[in-house]
Design a protein around this ligand. Sequence first.
Ligand code: 13P
Ligand code: SF4
Length: 314
Amino acid sequence: MLIPNNNKNNLRDSIIALKNEMNAVILAHYYQDSEIQDLADFIGDSLELARKAKTTTADVIVFCGVHFMAETAKILNPEKLVLIPDLEAGCSLAESAPAEEFAEFRNSHPELLSITYINCTAAVKALSDIICTSSNAEKLIRQIPDSQKILFAPDKNLGRYLSKVTGKDMVLWNGACQVHETFSKSKIIDLKLLHPTAKIIAHPECEEALLELADYIGSTSKLLEFTRTDAATEYIVVTEPGILHQMQKALPEKTFIPAPGMDESCSCNNCPHMKLNTLEKIYNCMVNKSPGIEMEEELRIKALKPLEKMLEMS
Ligand code: 13P
Ligand code: SF4
């Protein structure tokens, strides 16, 4: 498929024209490139995007995020066409929990209630009791009686953090986000020495040693909200740097410093999956009405149950 030409303004105009023609809505996660965020109708964290996907009146959802997010939108909206600009946009957390292994573990531990992070495949959602995101997980877990043992999958770092704040003993799946594990504690300490008044704000997908340095821990939208209400003027932001775009837009007078990765020769703090999406791919998926998310109805219905439970409880 030919794109109009490589001029970004033309591309943006063509996407907007197509969007109106198709009655489409463009949803984007905070980790998308700034030009995609600026084009989107709605930008949010995983929970806000799932909620928006459930309530939109559009016929077509163009999901600028990763596969599990577009899949979630499809589970909530079977009648809508859900497009994803790049079908290869995966997630290391979703990959760390293959459905067969997860099913086997669940079968051998029937006493555990599984609270599963939304960063997982539809097949794993279908095997879970309750889905959560990083912004509602603590609230959900606090509603579970102490006598009920919990299996938290697939993010061991988020699970460990939640276990610490709620005091619940949880069995943790051994998965991690490749981006949030790339931050270097010593480099963040060096940055703090250079910027002594800066507050360190971190996503709970980071490792424990890093979270110990943080003045505030929260999901992407909670980090953004914190910088809006907090009095500091400088922040070291320990999550994927895509979020800085909205922080800088909302608070141009403040300074936001992206936390560096361990290896200076790569930009490993950028999510390689999120960054697969481009304006060209958005345009092409809208023209081609593909790639789209397809799902068997039986799987969708099973995956819907724990997602609805999450929306009910949060
Ligand atoms: P939230 O936007 O829900 O904080 O999630 C972060 C993330 O890693 C999404 O993949
Ligand atoms: Fe997955 Fe991590 Fe990328 Fe989020 S940032 S999509 S958790 S790999």
